[in-house]
Design a protein around this ligand. Structure first.
Ligand code: FAD
Length: 375
């Protein structure tokens, strides 16, 4: 039988980050992953990282995450391709502009260098931007992007350096509390045992919850992405257009490919991750409307994956009614950017009894009625 201090179920970026910060505190960590690391949502993420939210706790965690991203290459001894190119949220209506102005007031109270800039200033940052109907944009120059594969594997290598282990192709199928410890069985019939089990199963966190009779309100929602061929250097920030037929995309600083997504309306619920012809034709139209020059650039690949949604669009980072069983999942489409901050803070919760930024608002038994407006 294999008996670490902590068993983490799920080897996506969240499980890897949680495991890394626990391993740094000398906890022996085993990660059990049903496929391979990044096989879930993490391998589908485009890599955007922003602090511009309207929810106080998310802003605080993201400020922490950005601090971590900016020195993570050095810490993990792996170039995670962090690039602070900023995020530019475009406003094409008074309503949108007012929403951004309200969010900016909150963000500024945390000293974020964010401001609402004129259409002409937007065009200085994105020279080929179409100004039609544009009222300006909310811009934060310290947001950016990084590589989700490298961050995840960097964290996993860090866990191994601290004597932790990753078990790929190891699906957890049964969990039982026996005395102080949990017994955890895999589909191969192997048994692991530990006093702490952390459910980091992303879109499958609800399924894993069922193994201990816990209801965890996390459900998959399909989101598609595409990447273009390498293009001339056109712009630095993530460009976000929140109109119902909007989209968001950025150009990789390192490779100059342009990568992006849109949020379908209505949402596409369920675990089906097939890519669609509709996205393949619609996404380029939306991108080209913002930057007409993109019409000259070819698409290289498209794919689909799951956002792991909670009813209020905020994560679940929580102990549960079963002592020793925790949930760190439901990042609601922001798990890549949240992972460093949440992993570090959650590890503080476990090893020090409380985190330097309290995470109570993300408890499992909260009122899920209030929604994040900058989803
Ligand atoms: C198209 C797209 C674009 C995105 N872009 C961004 C972005 O720009 N920025 C951002 O922050 N986020 C983005 N996201 C969201 C981001 O990908 C997720 O929030 C994040 O990857 C969640 O990480 P995770 O580790 O919680 O989940 P996952 O990466 O899904 O990891 C969970 C793991 O658990 C494993 N697992 C499940 N059940 C079991 C079991 N029973 N036993 C063992 N293992 C199990 C799965 O195989 C999986 O590997 C995007 C998502 C999509 C789909």
């Amino acid at each position: 039988m294999k008996s670490p201090d902590v068993i983490i179920i799920g080897g996506g970026v969240v499980g890897a980050s949680v495991g890394y910060y626990l391993a740094k505190e000398k906890r022996k960590v085993y990660i059990l992953e049903k496929e391979y690391p990044t096989a879930g949502s993490t391998g589908k993420a485009i890599g955007g990282v922003r602090q511009q939210f309207s929810h106080n706790l998310t802003i605080r965690i993201m400020i922490e995450s950005v601090k971590i991203f900016s020195q993570l290459s050095e810490e993990l001894e792996m170039d995670i391709e962090w690039y602070p190119g900023g995020y530019l949220f475009l406003a094409h209506s008074e309503e949108m502009k007012n929403n951004y102005l309200k969010a900016i007031a909150i963000q500024k109270s945390f000293n974020l260098p964010v401001s609402f800039i004129s259409p002409e200033e937007c065009q200085k940052i994105v020279p080929s931007l179409n100004l039609e109907n544009l009222l300006g944009g909310a811009f934060c120059p310290t947001d950016g992007h990084a590589n989700p594969f490298k961050v995840t594997y960097g964290y996993l290598e860090g866990i191994k350096r601290e004597k932790g282990k990753l078990f790929s192709y190891t699906e957890v199928v049964k969990i039982k509390k026996e005395g102080r410890d949990f017994s955890v069985w895999t589909e191969k019939g192997e048994k692991f045992s530990a006093p702490i089990v952390i459910n980091c199963a992303g879109p499958w966190a609800g399924e894993v919850g069922k193994l201990v009779n816990l209801e965890i309100p996390i459900y998959p929602e399909r989101h598609e992405g595409l990447v273009t061929e390498e293009a001339p250097s056109l712009f630095d920030p993530m460009i976000v257009d929140y109109r119902p037929d909007g989209c968001y995309f950025f150009q990789f600083h390192s490779t100059r490919h342009i990568i992006g997504c849109y949020t379908p309306i209505p949402p596409v619920l369920g675990p089906d991750n097939s890519s669609t012809f509709q996205f393949l034709t619609e996404m380029p139209r939306r991108m080209q409307r913002l930057i007409p020059k993109l019409g000259e650039i070819r698409i290289l690949r498209q794919w689909a994956g799951s956002y792991e949604m909670t009813p209020d669009g905020n994560p679940i980072v929580s102990e549960t009614e079963i002592e020793g069983f925790y949930v760190v999942a439901g990042m609601s489409g922001h798990g890549f950017m949240l992972a460093p901050g949440i992993g570090k803070l959650f590890a503080e919760m476990i090893t020090k009894g409380k985190s330097s930024i309290p995470l109570d608002e993300f408890r499992l038994n909260r009122d899920f009625g209030k929604k994040e407006v900058m989803r």
